[in-house]
Design a protein around this ligand. Structure first.
Ligand SMILES: N[C@@H](CCC(=O)N[C@@H](CS)C(=O)NCC(=O)O)C(=O)O
Length: 211
């Protein structure tokens, strides 16, 4: 069995997408939750090539950069397309996710409540509609985002939709309703969840943390 360790803080943040992919695939891995107090020593130990987490230790390499890690895992596990056109369809969705989460992380870091509220009240509903339109482009929205099988595009959108909008704590706080803004996306999210008992189990049992 591959010896895999993911080092990331005890947050969802930029480490959670890799956790989703590993759990979806049902792969055993060590989920090293780095305490903030532990980080300065770990950082100066040089474990993180670019000085930041997440770091994934796999196949004898310490990998950095969350999107490169996610891409690597999807290619390794067979969740990544071959054709340049399909790679485009996948990566443009990964970038759409990046746009919204980087804006959110910035607002959160600055404790800018007004910006956070605007993200939830205006930007996320618009983002949902765009993602839904993209889903409908392929098989009328009744399958996956790209081609005929699940891919990094599905994981990237799902992790965002689940952690920011669909999980109970977010829905209770008035996050924009996915059912109303993107009904096909809501059905797709259920489909994705039901397609992996191991991801489902992880999401049902993980701690509720900051996204
Ligand atoms: N572009 C990088 C950004 C990584 C990043 O911002 N990591 C933050 C946590 S989300 C971090 O390690 N902060 C601690 C530090 O910079 O010392 C990625 O996507 O992996």
């Amino acid at each position: 069995m591959a010896d895999i360790t993911l080092h990331y803080f005890n947050l969802y943040g930029r480490g959670e997408l890799a956790r989703y992919i590993l759990h979806y695939h049902g792969t055993q891995f060590t989920d090293h939750r780095v305490e903030f107090g532990e980080w300065p020593a770990l950082k100066s130990s040089g474990v993180a090539e670019f000085g930041q987490l997440p770091v994934l230790e796999i196949d004898g390499i310490r990998m950095v950069q969350s999107k490169a890690i996610a891409r690597y895992l999807c290619q390794k596990f067979g969740y990544y397309p071959n054709s340049p056109t399909d790679v485009y369809w996948v990566e443009s969705l990964v970038d759409l996710r990046e746009d919204i989460i980087s804006e959110y992380f910035k607002a959160k870091f600055n404790k800018d409540e007004e910006a956070i509220n605007k993200i939830f009240s205006e930007k996320l509903p618009e983002w949902l509609r765009r993602a839904e339109a993209r889903l409908e482009r392929n098989n009328g929205g009744n399958g996956w985002f790209v081609g005929d099988s699940i891919s990094l595009a599905d994981f990237a959108v799902f992790q965002t939709v689940w952690d920011y909008l669909l999980r109970e704590e977010k829905a209770a706080k008035g996050a924009p309703a996915v059912e109303t803004n993107a009904p096909k996306l809501r059905a797709w999210a259920t489909r994705l969840l039901e397609s992996s008992p191991t991801l489902k189990h992880y999401l049902e049992t993980r701690a509720n943390l900051e996204a």
